[in-house]
Design a protein around this ligand. Structure first.
Ligand code: ZN
Length: 864
């Protein structure tokens, strides 16, 4: 069935909220006939050579158009706030009255220093297409900018005299470019709405993610990527009162969503006033979409919980963040369950709600201007009522890791206080210069508290994303809530990193040693191996005399490098100089007062590694991206991205490691055999979550005549208290979503317990390690008793986040890491995400260990 008339209605209706009367100049079909625009202002069509939506705009063309508008219009200026990984410009396009644009710094100062609503100016941030394949937002941004820059409408001029609109045309240019290139190449001359048409099914990985396949709409707090760093810096400078966040959604039916989201899934630290204003603005979006006969929905499906998203971070930081979701056409034209929809329709909807957000902000101007100041009063009350006044955390003897956390706080303009002397909390001691204090306060009270609190009870159990993002746990740094503010510096302190002098290696030692615990140690180890300096791993603790005259006790996992000549010394020093954040020691003797001497067989030479990450359809792109980022960026190891389709035709013998991310591997028919043979001949296979379960099933415990010597999996222990599974015979139809929510651990922090003597867990001082868990099934125990270096805790498993008692029972006391031996090779299985979003740095070391140290693991057998 076809509804061609609907398309016509959409085009004729255009945007009723545009009250435009004067003479028409542009031929833009997005605007009503008779709309008056300044003739000299370039339309997107005149700049691009095609109407918006006829083709998908490229990142460079979109930036080019915005720059052109800034050149032509006194209402527009543009700032490059940063660059993406692929070096696309990230821009803020400021649109206001010519007077405000000419004095933008003055306007900013007024906004920053305002003490009341009367002194303030309204700042609206419109942020488009953080997911690159949700392109209608980015394409609409050119029309929104044109409208505001060129319209002769009296309302627009009046509005801009009192408002600064900041347009962020595309939040993820790398993903947008990938998507635009894919869909443009499949567009034909004749319109094709057919759903199976290749245009509607992107290649792996889709344009949703950025260059490293990360979802930038989960990166707002942890700000791993340059796109997010630039964005948060600009956000914190302007601190807009409203932020509109424009997306597309799947589902295949033509609809539209705008917040308010699910009423029970708003973060409890978000103010009620924020939600009240979100409701007030929603009326304007409804009106704009009603005028376009566009169906829409609110208050379901999407939540407002995780503060790491574009529409929710602002809610915790004092801004009203609003999410908009347009049904995705996935190309230029597509049949949406009987409705033939054009990309232009999607663009027109986002254009309409961009304008309705401005209209709504104007109608509720005073209320919105007051929000910021009311929030300060409300937050002060909340802070006073909370017995926890602050949080203290220490550097754990690894300043470089703590620095990553300090840098995040600094980017979010969260004040950090020093300690005077020391603070004792229970058994923990926090000392001056090695620990810091953060107080939840001010406009960002909600955001700050969410970074440090633990929370295990929730109003609802369905989460659109993770349920915890406690930073000290993610970084595995000791921390405590404080009920009293004693021994804390009066003012915030400077937390910038200052490199320590590399003093100990000046006096030509006979060897160099560094502790593995240090955050950048894997990167340094790789650099030494790449330079053929033959670093060695101490698998036992030892003590040694250092060149600064002091004996030093080194832990198992310490890396030793011993040059044979002066050239070697020079080479090593050059490598160390590039790693100033790793503290190194010079040794004056190879004789160890305690533990193995330097020439012992317990000082194992580490061979260079050459890993490949298997990618392609079925593999979860974000987790593949996290591994890619860790190996490439954090460890500095060149990583081959090997397509699954090429597995059978590639000579695997040159690879030391094959890496499998979480994913659905059922459809690979040939691969288990190829992988098994490769492991037998000496390879190390590392697999996580669903890949690990698949490897257990198809490689480790698969029945194979050759494998007579391999033992079968030990039986999993039954739930301890003999509780039955929750399998009722009948359930209420409407309970389904809640039931699924109860079964799912969308992302929680769990305690795992380490065998600190195992090479796969070197670099840890404490056996209790917080891990990020969002898997589904439990791993089997490996056949040999010495091969479970990390196990989920038996008791007190859940630290923070949502997990039902039933789902916790399934994983309690099962392996978080299991080692298997096969022929000359080994398999490391992880049942958690050690590289989660590149910020769970507390477990990133586990992945480094699997990469660098599996080769040092020796034979272990149980008694027969
Ligand atoms: Zn999206």
């Amino acid at each position: 069935m076809k509804f061609g008339h609907l398309i016509k209605i959409i085009m004729v209706y255009a945007l009723s909220c545009f009250a435009l009367t004067a003479h028409a100049q542009p031929t833009l079909k997005y605007f009503p006939k008779g709309a008056a625009f300044e003739a000299k202002m370039p339309t997107p069509e005149s700049y691009l050579g095609y109407e918006i939506g006829d083709w998908h705009i490229s990142p460079d063309a979109l930036t080019g158009y915005m720059r052109r508008l800034a050149d032509e219009s006194a209402r527009v200026s543009i700032e490059t706030i940063g660059y993406s990984h692929e070096r696309h410009a990230l821009t803020h396009v400021y649109i206001s009255s010519p007077e405000n644009i000419a004095n933008l710094e003055g306007v900013l100062a007024k906004h920053q220093n305002a003490k009341s609503a009367a002194e303030d100016i309204l700042v609206i941030n419109l942020a488009y297409s953080v997911h690159g394949n949700e392109a209608s937002g980015a394409n609409a941004s050119a029309l929104v900018a044109y409208y505001l820059a060129a319209s002769n409408d009296a309302w627009v001029k009046e509005y801009l005299s009192k408002t600064v609109v900041i347009i962020e045309p595309m939040q993820n240019p790398d993903g947008l470019g990938r998507f635009a290139s894919f869909v443009n190449q499949h567009k034909g001359d004749s319109e094709n709405f057919d759903r199976p048409h290749r245009e509607h099914y992107e290649n792996w990985p889709s344009g949703r993610t950025n260059h490293y396949w990360f979802d930038l709409n989960r990166d707002w707090i942890v700000t791993v990527h340059p796109e997010s760093k630039a964005r948060i810096k600009a956000y914190q400078k302007w601190r807009p009162q409203i932020l509109g966040d424009y997306h597309e959604m799947g589902g295949g039916t033509s609809s539209y969503f705008f917040q308010p989201g699910h009423p029970k899934r708003t973060h409890p630290l978000t103010s009620k006033d924020n939600q009240r204003l979100t409701f007030a603005l929603a009326e304007f979006h409804a009106k704009a979409l009603d005028a376009r006969s566009q169906p829409y929905f609110t208050q379901e499906r999407y939540d407002d919980f995780y503060y790491g998203k574009a529409s929710t971070y602002p809610d915790g930081a004092g801004t009203i963040g609003i999410l908009f979701e347009q049904s995705s056409v996935r190309g230029h034209t597509r049949d949406m369950n009987g409705v033939e929809m054009r990309f232009q329709d999607a663009v027109a909807n986002h254009l309409a709600t961009s304008i309705s957000l401005l209209k709504g902000s104007d109608a509720h101007r005073n209320d919105i201007l007051n929000h910021r100041f009311n929030l300060l009063v409300e937050n002060a009350k909340k802070a006073k009522a909370n017995p926890v006044k602050a949080y203290v955390f220490s550097d754990d003897g690894d300043r470089a890791r703590a620095q990553e956390l300090l840098d995040i706080l600094s980017l979010h303009k969260i004040p950090v206080y020093g300690i005077v002397g020391k603070i004792n909390v229970g058994k923990k001691t926090y000392t001056q210069n090695h620990a810091w204090v953060v107080k939840p306060q001010g406009a960002q009270y909600g955001l700050i508290r969410s970074l440090f609190e633990t929370r295990t009870t929730f109003e609802d159990n369905v989460f659109y994303d993770i349920s915890t993002w406690n930073l000290p746990l993610a970084f595995n740094l000791p921390y405590s809530p404080l009920r009293q503010l004693n021994n804390i510096s009066a003012d915030p302190v400077d937390t910038a990193y200052k490199n320590e002098p590399v003093a100990s290696i000046v006096s030509a030692p006979m060897a160099y040693v560094f502790e593995w615990k240090q955050h950048r140690a894997p990167h340094l180890l790789q650099a030494l191996m790449a330079d053929d300096l033959q670093p060695r791993l101490s698998v036992l603790p030892f003590s040694a005399s250092t060149t600064d005259g002091k004996p030093h006790a080194f832990k198992a996992g310490a890396i030793i490098v011993q040059p044979s000549d002066a050239a070697g010394h020079e080479k090593i020093r050059q490598v160390f100089a590039k790693h100033p954040r790793v503290k190194t020691h010079g040794l004056s003797s190879g004789l160890s007062p305690y533990g193995p001497d330097l020439g012992s067989r317990n000082m194992k030479v580490l061979q260079p590694i050459k890993p490949a990450l298997l990618i392609g359809k079925g593999v979860r792109p974000t987790e593949a991206g996290e591994i890619r980022y860790a190996v490439d960026m954090a460890f500095g190891v060149p990583l081959t991205l090997l397509d699954l389709d090429r597995l059978g035709s590639t000579d695997l013998s040159s690879y030391t490691h094959l890496l499998l991310a979480d994913g659905d591997y059922k459809s690979w028919k040939k691969s288990p055999k190829v992988l098994k043979e490769w492991v037998r001949s000496g390879g190390v296979l590392i697999a996580q979550k669903r890949a690990a379960i698949w490897v257990e099933k198809t490689i480790i415990f698969a029945k194979d005549k050759k494998d007579k010597t391999e033992k079968s999996a030990k039986k999993k222990s039954k739930p301890e208290d003999g509780a039955k599974e929750d399998t009722p015979v009948r359930r209420a139809y409407q309970d389904y979503e809640q039931d699924v929510g109860k079964r799912t651990i969308a992302g929680a922090a769990l305690w795992a317990v380490a065998d600190l003597t195992h090479p796969l867990v070197f670099g840890y001082d404490r056996a209790d390690i917080p891990v990020f868990y969002n898997a589904k099934k439990a791993l089997s125990e490996p056949p040999i008793s010495y091969d479970t270096p990390l196990v989920f805790a038996k008791e007190n498993l859940l630290i923070t986040g949502y997990a039902s008692e039933n789902s916790l029972k399934k994983i309690r006391n099962t392996p978080a890491i299991a080692l298997h031996r096969l022929g000359k090779g080994k398999i490391v299985l992880l049942n958690h995400n050690a590289n989660f979003r590149a910020f769970w740095l507390g477990t990133q070391r586990l992945y480094a260990n699997a990469l660098f140290f599996t080769q040092a693991i020796e034979t272990r057998k149980d008694e027969d």
